[in-house]
Design a protein around this ligand. Sequence first.
Ligand code: AMP
Ligand code: MG
Length: 348
Amino acid sequence: MKNYFALLFALFLLYGCGGSNEKKQELIPYELHGEAQGTTFTVKYLSKDSLDLSREVMDILVNIDQELSLWVDSSELCKFNRQSLSTRYIDSSSIYFPSVFKLSKEVFQRTNGAFNPAVMPLVKYWGFARKSEHPEQIDSLKIDSLMQHISFNMVQLVGAGFVYAVADFDLQLDFNAVAQGYSVDVIAELLTKNNIEHYMVEIGGEVVAKGKNAQGEWWTIGIDKPKDNNTDRELQAVVQLENRALATSGNYRKFYEKDGIKYSHTIDPSTGYPVQHTLLSASVFASDCGTADAYATAFMVMGVEKTKEFLKENPDLKLDVYLIFSDEKGEFKTWISEGIKGKIDEEN
Ligand code: AMP
Ligand code: MG
């Protein structure tokens, strides 16, 4: 999440559509666009009745930031991080913090700590946090000492979710690897609650799609080529999302180069260093977007082979994955898990 929160809202009432033969009643397509969490978002939905949800969407995004943003000093997460205490409290009206905390614990345990929101001190050290700068010289002793304070096992939820027992005073959390996907789920839930059966919600590339689009087809989503210059966006593939969520993590999104070495914003909690391997981007398909987002980050830590092994060993998670990696010659190669073969159209 970024240091500003601006919502530029536009609501377009497009045109009535009767394209799909499965729909007798005319559906009205709506589109909302705006900025949130330091990126852009799009919500598209088809409604039987005239239904403007722009206000509700905006409220959700503001409330999520108020709980989970590292860019909002008064957020519950920032308050939590400032409490150097063994018992920490968040506001009892919080709903998003406890829910993201629980999801994070689950993914942390499943991935053996590859996904770890307690990695915050290292995110700061490497200059990927707000107000932090890239280190001039890499100090391995400093990294070792920070490694003593990144154990997510040191924090436990007590009771309903407003009280946390923390065994390490220096523990700090960063939910940036999961919060965007989770926000997509919360907006999707709003649409479902309003009896909307056809929609697509996207924040900064993390997506949930339900039902069909205005043309009566499955929603399609582009996956970026993992190119280092973010300015000219090129697509690597187009995927069909059939009632599913999709999140992508990539080392091309936030990184810097020093002495010919590329340092990206995904930290390997087992080494304390930014991940260094051939995996350039991991797109994860799951039933919800928070889960997809968290695993996408974990797979960037694991790399290509470990991700394949993980999928084999954890079929109950029902994840699918599209990996883009570089071969010895530096050329892009891809790997598609069984469940999404035929739903991905690669652009070359
Ligand atoms: P994403 O783009 O979803 O992969 O999230 C990347 C962000 O998550 C980084 O900018 C850090 O703030 C944070 N992060 C970095 N490494 C990890 C990790 N191993 N586990 C959880 N969060 C991480
Ligand atoms: Mg993520």
